[in-house]
Ligand binder design. Sequence first.
Ligand code: ATP
Length: 240
Amino acid sequence: MSGLLEVTGLTAGYGGVRVLHGIDIAVGENEIVAVLGANGAGKTTLLRALSGTVRSSGEVAFAGRSLAGTSAARIARGGLGHVPQGRGTFTDLTVEENVRLGVISRPASTRGQADGDVERIYETFPVLREMRRRPAGALSGGQQQMLALSRALLARPRLLLIDEPSLGLAPLTSADMFSVLARLRDEWSLSVLLAEQNARASLKVADRGVVLARGRVVASAPAAELAADEGLRAAYLGES
Ligand code: ATP
């Protein structure tokens, strides 16, 4: 497996407080990796450190190049997209204006294909086409999550970091969200690093899972293996 993202000894924190204590993690081409862990384990901080929105040290190589000292904007333009928790929707802009904001982070060579990509997005999420002239604030929670994903896709990422896509969604909607991720991986040739508290659902679409506890990796294994490990789930994921 070729490592699209290779992370070694990543540390990060807020002010003087260290939250991540030497994380090793890798994501291959076309792979979905779920980062699991209880509240406060450090999942969000890991995604922020990778997208350059929280300071970190350690080695991060993306598509064979080191990201050390690279600004968040450059990281995004280089193909590493981040869909943060809370989704960052501009509620006064229309749905389509929100989607098109993703163009800003797009490689210049692909700007001409943006209209075609918006069309592909509407094929995947027909409800966004129906709502395209409405203010984004009119969307439901699940639809806003689709919008946040769509905006990130318009930047043409090779790897998407997605923070808790199922947060606040009803169980059925959240199952849809995970199957959409699997579909996007195939149709957009994406890799996905997914931070989730919902281990059961995310391991169904993930190829591999990594469990964090107090800022350290405590398990890393194929998704099916983690899903079957009841002891691990009880110890680190708050499930029984
Ligand atoms: P959650 O599912 O609640 O988002 P998480 O696994 O994503 O949890 P993080 O949000 O990365 O965990 O938090 C890890 C630790 O860092 C926690 O102890 C949290 O209190 C702390 N932390 C997170 N954000 C900040 C911040 N902006 N300033 C200071 N400490 C923070």
